[in-house]
Design a protein around this ligand. Structure first.
Ligand SMILES: Nc1ncnc2c1ncn2[C@@H]1O[C@H](COP(=O)(O)OP(=O)(O)OP(=O)(O)O)[C@@H](O)[C@H]1O
Length: 352
């Protein structure tokens, strides 16, 4: 029960220990509260300096180790993205924002679809799946995102699944290069108001952090202001650079000469990804045929209605009469798995 007292405390499941022994208080917090002299972390070696600024304010004198300025991976930009981090505003989809199908089980379909569309975009331009993690602040949303992934792309060899889809709380202590984060709530800020959860959420990414949320709600939360002021200083619509592939040689500190594509909303992103995918498949097919190889379709990025609550692909054009589309219509839905993405720490290939 030792640990950074600016992050989340241990989870105590036993009510007696929780209520009467105050075991949720970590040993570190206990010592700090008792006035025991402590040495605070003053050099972080995980994140780009710009990303670290989102939580640096919670620590006394947190600087950067030299390598986060000097190593090439920190100097280069994130391919396809104008910014190294962005807060992306997500509006209601079909009139719905957050939903609560059972008590305290929060979901947000628009954010789930948006996160998955961005993951698919990253895969299509060459990002390895192992470098991308999708995080969310609620268990309900974790299940929804996994379900959307299973529906849209898990079985597609061109896309597959991200390294992990899990909750911020479960991911404490872990990291990945690129984090897509869904904040879910649209009516009340909920438990992100605990700044320790915000610090964990903001501090998991090394190189890229893209947050999907209802901006008007979170920007007004007093406790979160130092982070959201920085987040909202950048555009809240996703800015993408087309024609870039991973890894780019564009420098992160260099103002790009290209004009970005500004993504209007989730449907726009889903549509764009669908078109990008179809273009990639067409290119591959032509290449195979030119080389005299037998062409086999890699898979689909969409399947029919699934369990009655996930919409069909928002970028899907149902008016098409192409043969490929008809074949896709005959495909059986991907079966639901309770835990399709492995959560165990043992198989984690991130460096700690
Ligand atoms: N001296 C260093 N040289 C290179 N990389 C470093 C160095 N120190 C830390 N890092 C990088 O920073 C990451 C975070 O370090 P570490 O896991 O010790 O932090 P932590 O305090 O346990 O993080 P958290 O509790 O927030 O998950 C490491 O995985 C590593 O990539």
């Amino acid at each position: 029960m030792i640990g950074d007292h600016h992050q989340l405390p241990p989870v105590i499941k036993n009510m007696a220990f929780q209520k009467y022994s105050n075991m949720e208080q970590s040993l570190f917090t206990r010592l700090v509260r008792l006035g025991v002299p402590t040495v605070d972390l003053d050099g972080q070696g995980r994140a780009r300096s710009s990303i670290c600024d989102l939580y640096r304010w919670r620590y006394k004198h947190l600087g950067n180790l030299k390598h986060v300025e000097s190593w090439k991976e920190y100097q280069l930009a994130n391919a396809g993205f104008e910014y190294d981090f962005q807060l992306v505003d997500v509006q209601d989809f079909n009139g719905v924002g957050e939903s609560e199908p059972s008590p305290y089980f929060y979901q947000n379909l628009a954010e789930a679809e948006y996160c998955v569309a961005v993951f698919m975009f990253m895969r299509l331009i060459g990002y390895p799946a192992s470098k991308i993690t999708i995080l969310t602040t609620y268990n309900g949303q974790k299940h929804l995102i996994r379900d959307v992934i299973n529906t849209r792309c898990a079985n597609n060899p061109l896309i597959g699944k991200p390294h992990k889809v899990t909750t911020v709380d479960k991911y404490q202590g872990q990291q990945n290069d690129y984090i897509l984060l869904s904040l879910v709530r649209t009516r009340a800020v909920g438990h992100l108001r605990d700044v320790r959860r915000l610090v964990v959420a903001m501090s998991r990414a090394r190189l890229g952090l893209y947050i999907f949320a209802r901006v008007a709600l979170f920007r007004n939360c007093f406790e979160l202001a130092p982070a959201f002021e920085q987040l909202t200083a950048r555009p809240t619509k996703l800015h993408l650079f087309l024609n870039e592939v991973f890894p780019t040689q564009r420098r992160n500190d260099q103002k790009a000469s290209l004009k970005p594509m500004v993504v209007k909303d989730m449907s726009h992103m889903a549509n764009f990804v669908y078109t990008l995918y179809m273009g990639r498949v067409k290119q591959m097919k032509e290449y195979y045929e030119q080389m005299g190889h037998k062409w086999e379709k890699p898979g689909e990025v969409k399947v029919p209605e699934h369990e009655g609550f996930i919409s069909s692909h928002p970028g899907e054009d149902r008016d098409t009469d192409s043969e490929d589309e008809e074949e896709a219509g005959k495909q059986l839905p991907v079966p639901m798995e309770e835990e399709p993405i492995n959560d165990s720490i043992d198989d984690d290939n991130t460096v700690q």
